[in-house]
Design a protein around this ligand. Structure first.
Ligand code: PMP
Length: 365
């Protein structure tokens, strides 16, 4: 069989592995930060009707500019942030991964550089590689927080074209202070992307970078319906930025990238925002339960504003991962020595996780 490396593949892709959490069968799948709560019954009924209606027009291309959807998304952002966001400031694509790819196609690319503070969302460097953008690892403190002054100094030195800040950060969970984001914005002449995939789960007092948009035309805030909205299968991500950024992205987006079925389903989901986000408090309560249970097991966690917890320390995290899986609980080994990441979901999942974890700690120490 021919391997990809025997093909005339781009040199920077040679020897790389595709992104993806292991899709291992397990009774409790707590490894990809999905929302496990089923969609509300009334939404499911309305989705059927909306998709049936959209299907009547499937012989036609979708609204290329997704105007109605962007209007609904702008309404959601304005309502929840208190910041007036217009439809012209919003752009949507198939998951925030595609949004990020479009940003890199427009603002990164050959001869350009992106910088992100690792450990963070591992797709940022992967999408950079895919778009021919060079990658530089930004530094964090030992406790995984970003030292604003040191980070700004590194950005001034590297002069990246695209800077990524994930807030709340994945896989560590902690949100980034707006003062840090302001300092990084001032330090860069490139675009600053704040990836807020998990922002709806943030602890009280955390503010979205949306509030920083006025007067900052190079700031981009990316969001998704995959996490708090519980619609990972829908593939709908979006961003808010200056309208000029949205105009720039038109240069790289594929025409009709967002199918009419996706647009219709996303709009119907947004019409049920309150019912969908009703599970957020329950997920946060389970997250806090996990955090509070860890010390009694001799373990610790990183402060989390997300629907997951990075927990440790383990002498041998891969062995602990395997031992949990042997008990039916699939968590994520994110490759950080001593740490594992678990998604917070239902009370039943938390029970199963904590029971398995206690047994693993008792056995392996
Ligand atoms: N950003 C972060 C920080 C994520 O963790 C994820 C999903 N794991 C994404 C973006 C991408 O999500 P999606 O493409 O489903 O919107």
């Amino acid at each position: 069989m021919t391997g990809p490396d025997e093909l005339p593949l781009r040199p920077e892709l040679r020897g790389r592995s595709p992104y993806g959490a292991p899709q291992v069968p397990a009774a409790y799948r707590l490894n990809t930060n999905e929302n496990p709560h089923p969609l509300p019954a009334e939404l499911l009924a309305d989705l059927g009707a909306a998709l049936g209606h959209a299907a009547l027009e499937l012989n036609r291309y979708p609204d290329r500019d997704a105007v109605a959807l962007r209007t609904d998304l702008a309404g959601y952002l304005s309502r929840t942030s208190g910041e007036a966001v217009t439809p012209q400031q919003v752009w949507a694509a198939n998951g925030s991964n595609e949004v990020l790819q479009q940003i890199l196609q427009a603002f990164g690319g050959g001869g350009r550089t992106a910088l992100g503070f690792t450990p963070s969302y591992s797709m940022h460097p992967i999408i950079s590689a895919g778009t021919g953008t060079a990658w530089v690892d930004g530094h964090r403190r030992g406790d995984f927080t970003i030292d604003a002054a040191a980070a700004a100094a590194q950005v001034r030195e590297v002069r990246p074209d695209v800077v990524f800040v994930t807030s709340p950060n994945n896989p560590t969970g902690t949100a980034v202070a707006l003062e840090t984001i302001e300092q990084l914005y001032s330090a860069t002449a490139g675009v600053l992307v704040v990836d807020e995939a998990y922002t709806e789960f943030a602890r009280a007092g955390t503010r979205s970078a949306l509030t920083l948009l006025p007067g900052r035309p190079r700031l981009i805030v990316s969001r998704t319906m995959s996490k708090a909205f519980g619609m990972a299968g829908l593939r709908l991500g979006y961003l808010a930025a200056d309208a000029a950024v949205v105009d720039a992205l038109q240069l790289v987006r594929l025409p009709y990238h967002l199918s009419s079925l996706t647009q219709a389903a996303a709009r119907m989901a947004l019409a049920h925002t309150d019912a969908l986000l009703a599970t957020v408090d329950e997920v946060k309560a389970q997250r806090d339960r996990i955090v509070e249970a860890l010390p009694a097991l001799g373990l610790t966690s990183v402060p989390s504003d997300a629907n997951f917890v990075l927990f440790g320390h383990f002498a041998d995290a891969p062995a602990a991962w395997r031992a949990l899986l042997d008990r039916g609980v699939l968590v994520r080994d994110v490759g950080l020595p001593g740490w594992l990441r678990v998604t917070a979901g239902t009370a039943t999942e938390t029970d199963a996780f904590l029971t398995a974890l206690a047994a693993v700690v008792a056995e392996h120490g």
